[in-house]
Design a protein around this ligand. Structure first.
Ligand code: ACO
Ligand code: LMR
Length: 604
């Protein structure tokens, strides 16, 4: 790997850390990235499917998932995992991601992962060729391309520290705080950073100085490197060996902090778990001497570091190694932003012509477009372009359920309401409100229960027993007037269409075995029109490649009954208009048709 991140890098952010994610997106907007750097969020306990964030003045939605596996499956191009889990969970999250595969780097922010686990995790990642940054880090940055969470601080600080565009320094530190400090020093004394990594303060971190410096050696944008080490550990000696072996040829400015330790009589433990010398060679002073001897540019003290940077930078510039860097155009994030109240993902009326899921109305409306109501439904309800056999099926359903005469519950109510002098819309909704589990609204229930039975491989008898225990009639079974002897020809029509056009009708096939059993008990317990529609819609969605989870969601949100609502609205309106045309008077139900059984109320 030549570069850790590019302008196309996208991450999966583990934990819904909204302020850190917002900082990444503010950075993306500022540097004019084409795609947001966070493609998905893993939020195991969240019930929502997305989180809203600002992207400049606008808002965007980032999908949230309960597991890393689901996030990765949905956003396979996102090859960076930003593991913001706590120290209790971070190990498991990393190991799971390593087993899943498809990640080139994993950054772990948690401090205090047990050292035994950290070593195991780091070795596992190394064997899988995955760069681990951390644990105990603020992360890394490729200025002008990709920035992890809070590194570099606020957007104002980032721009001041020239972290908004590529410079020529490769920076590696242990500490995140000093990383930010050095970014500023480099901006003042040189031209900024090409790639920077804070490797983390724990004793056992994934990628160490040498891993990052070897990558930066290959990165053509990096012209020189700065290594800011710490007292403790021997990682700096690996860099010395690489220089001696000719594996690193770019100039390195280096300093190990913690030289103060020699003024104390006993060993000093600094803030980081790894910042304590266990041997003379691990002291900051010894490492500074060794690095200078290996040819690195080592200043007299930390205070002299800025001048050393300036000196090396000016020299490389004079030699023509470093050229001028053009300042790019940047976006400016508005300081006041208001979150939007509504979200719309199906249609857009902001252009010259409104669109249905991206299609201008004129591209669908007239017959010459070859599009019908089925296409409009597939765009506006499902945000997909369904194939012709599926849009034709949708239209077949709508036409099939448009009306079933004046005697059915809903039409009757619509007619009575119209005769009470109510308007079309009032009469229509009266009819629509009649749609429910017994009349027209059994489609979702049929899909749900038959799918459950089929998914769980229940025999028809087991299914019937199950429903008996549930205490509900099987949705989609039974009809007041239709039976084996008086078959419902609408059902026959739908079955015929499916047999001719569906790639598979496995749920219908199962439902027909159930129907055999129910009709053997009573001949009107047929698979009715609601049941046939619900079951065939599941077969359609399966053939269209929807996941079972997506189908279950369609069912639970009431999508299937909506087909009956749309279709039957046509019939209800017809009945209402019929009443109005005929100027029918108010309806009163004949008293002879009512069994009156009223007793005088008892006194309590
Ligand atoms: N599952 C199991 N048993 C049933 C079912 C069913 N879906 N429907 C009726 N039965 C049984 C009843 O338990 C009863 O049994 P019993 O005689 O041993 O007591 C017998 O059949 C008659 O019951 P009723 O409720 O009088 O049946 P009816 O034929 O009048 O009902 C109805 C028709 C309301 C459609 C009923 O079958 C039902 O509730 N089905 C489920 C809901 C449904 O699918 N509705 C959509 C119908 S199509 C449409 O509206 C467009
Ligand atoms: C309908 O489509 O309305 C019918 O199946 C219900 C009925 O009672 O006929």
């Amino acid at each position: 790997m030549e570069k850790l991140y590019t302008k196309d890098t996208q991450a999966i952010f583990w934990n819904n850390n909204t302020s850190a994610i917002q900082r990444m997106l503010d950075y993306d907007y500022t540097i004019k990235r084409k795609k947001p750097s966070v493609a998905a969020i893993v939020a195991p306990t969240s019930g929502s499917k997305f989180e809203k964030f600002f992207y400049g003045p606008d808002e965007i939605m980032i999908p949230t998932f309960k597991t890393t596996a689901a996030a990765k499956a949905a956003q396979p191009q996102a090859d960076v995992l930003l593991n913001f889990a706590s120290f209790r969970t971070a190990y498991d999250v990393t190991m799971e991601a390593l087993d899943l595969g498809g990640f080139s780097s994993i950054m772990i922010t948690a401090e205090g992962i047990p050292e035994r686990l950290a070593r195991k995790m780091n070795e596992y990642a190394r064997n899988k060729n995955v760069t681990v940054i951390g644990p105990a880090t603020v992360g890394a940055i490729a200025p002008g391309a990709f920035k992890i969470a809070n590194i570099g601080g606020t957007i104002e600080n980032i721009v001041q520290s020239k972290l908004h565009r590529t410079g020529s320094c490769g920076l590696v530190t242990r500490s995140g705080g000093l990383f930010n400090e050095l970014s500023n020093i480099i901006a003042i004394n040189a031209d900024g950073i090409a790639e920077g990594v804070a490797i983390g303060g724990d004793r056992f971190v994934g990628s160490v100085f040498i891993d990052n410096l070897l990558r930066m050696e290959k990165n053509p944008e990096v012209k020189y490197m700065i290594l800011l080490g710490e007292v403790g550990g021997t990682e700096e000696y690996k860099v010395i060996e690489a220089i001696k072996a000719g594996k690193i040829t770019k100039p390195i400015i280096a300093w190990c902090i913690g030289t103060i330790a020699k003024h104390f009589s006993s060993g000093v433990q600094f803030g980081h778990a790894g910042a304590s010398a266990n041997a003379d060679a691990e002291t900051a002073a010894a490492k500074n001497i060794a690095m200078a001897e290996a040819g690195m540019f080592v200043p007299e003290s930390f205070n002299a570091l800025p001048n050393k940077i300036k000196e090396v930078y000016e020299k490389l510039k004079a030699e023509g190694v470093i050229g001028e860097i053009a300042e790019p155009d940047m976006n400016v994030c508005p300081s006041v932003r208001k979150s939007k109240e509504f979200i719309c993902t199906i249609s857009d009326d902001r252009g010259d012509e409104a669109t249905y899921a991206g299609f201008p109305i004129s591209s669908l409306a007239t017959p010459d477009t070859g599009k019908g109501i089925g296409d409009v439904v597939s765009l506006l309800w499902f945000k997909k372009q369904y194939p012709k056999w599926a849009t034709d099926f949708i239209e077949t359903v709508i036409k099939t359920v448009a009306d079933h005469g004046p005697a059915v519950s809903g039409a009757h109510n619509a007619k009575v309401t119209a005769r009470a002098g109510k308007s079309v819309v009032e009469s229509l909704v009266t009819g629509l409100l009649t749609i429910g589990p017994r009349f027209g609204g059994a489609i979702d229930g049929a899909a749900e229960y038959f799918k459950y039975a089929d998914d769980n491989k229940l025999t028809p008898a087991e299914f019937l027993n199950h429903m008996k225990k549930e205490g509900v009639p099987i949705p989609g079974i039974g009809h007041r007037i239709k039976s084996l002897k008086n078959p419902d020809l609408r059902v026959e029509g739908l079955k015929k269409y499916a047999a001719a056009h569906f790639p598979s009708t496995s749920l219908l096939d199962y439902a027909l075995t159930v129907e055999q059993l129910t009709t053997s008990k009573k001949e009107n317990l047929i698979l009715n029109v609601d049941g046939t529609i619900g079951i065939l819609m599941v077969d359609m969605w399966r053939a269209l490649g929807y996941s079972e989870e997506e189908i279950n969601e369609f069912i639970s949100s009431g999508t299937l009954n909506a087909f009956f609502i749309v279709g039957r609205s046509i019939g209800f309106i017809g009945h209402v208009l019929d009443e109005k045309r005929l100027q029918m008077p108010m309806y009163r139900h004949p008293m002879t048709d009512i069994l009156y059984d009223v007793q005088e109320a008892e006194k309590i």
